[in-house]
Design a protein around this ligand. Structure first.
Ligand code: FMN
Length: 210
């Protein structure tokens, strides 16, 4: 039987990228959530830039509620985060250079009041992080599929911090190296989005006239 051929990393990248729309930031066009990593490490300098981008996100009351726990592959933190992932995510995320857990303080530091926007703000910081990573030629993959309580316990995260997603970060690898056909298929299928008319309204439910 002839060996099956899969798209190369470069071909998959072309297929996955959002269509370029003039005036939209290049990093938005570049970013997509890959699952194949080439195993390369990420330098401290690059990691610092990625977190610097997260640091400058807007937040309610400038609380900056986000706290990130980062584990480099080979470290105990990486192992603990990997172990907390659901089986599907564990299949591929172990080749990432780093696993990052985003958390957010659920109370304002100035008065102890509940911060209803803590996870909203963490999401904004995570978006900055993923876009900066894309601009630096890295891929990120956010995952909600992990055991929150197991991660909290293993990493000693206090109860007053809500957990967001685990983010796998690294350099993209060859889809074929994912080994599993269903993962390879996901890696080489075009991305889709709802049209603007379904998500931007002038009046509720009616497409805005842009
Ligand atoms: C909060 C959140 C949780 C996610 N959880 C998972 C997950 O557990 N496993 C996974 O493979 N992808 C996960 N994803 C990735 C999404 O499936 C992906 O972002 C979406 O399909 C859009 O694709 P794109 O990021 O390439 O644009 C998650 C993304 C986000 C933002």
């Amino acid at each position: 039987m002839a060996a099956q051929t899969f798209l190369t990393a470069k071909e998959a990248d072309v297929l996955k990228k959002a269509p370029a729309v003039e005036g939209v930031l290049p990093a938005i066009h570049e970013r997509w959530s890959a699952r194949s990593f080439d195993g390369r490490e990420v330098s401290a300098e690059v990691l610092e830039k990625v977190f610097e981008a997260a640091r400058w996100a807007a937040s309610s009351g400038n609380e900056q509620p986000w706290r990130f726990v980062v584990g480099l592959r080979g470290s105990e933190t990486f192992r603990k985060l990997l172990e907390s992932l659901g089986g599907f995510n564990r299949e591929w995320a172990g080749r990432a250079a780093a696993l990052i857990l985003g958390t957010a303080a659920t109370r304002f530091s100035r008065n102890g009041a509940e911060n209803r926007f803590a996870l909203y703000d963490l999401g904004a910081a995570a978006a900055n992080l993923t876009l900066e990573a894309a601009a630096l030629g890295l891929t990120t993959h956010q995952m909600g599929g992990f055991d929150q309580e197991a991660a909290r316990k293993a990493l000693g995260i206090p109860a007053e911090y809500a957990l967001g997603a685990v983010i796998a970060l690294g350099y993209r690898g060859e889809p074929a190296e994912l080994g599993n056909e269903s993962l390879i298929e996901r890696e080489t299928t075009p991305r889709t989005r709802k049209p603007l008319s379904e998500i931007v309204f002038g009046e509720w439910g009616e497409a805005a006239k842009l």
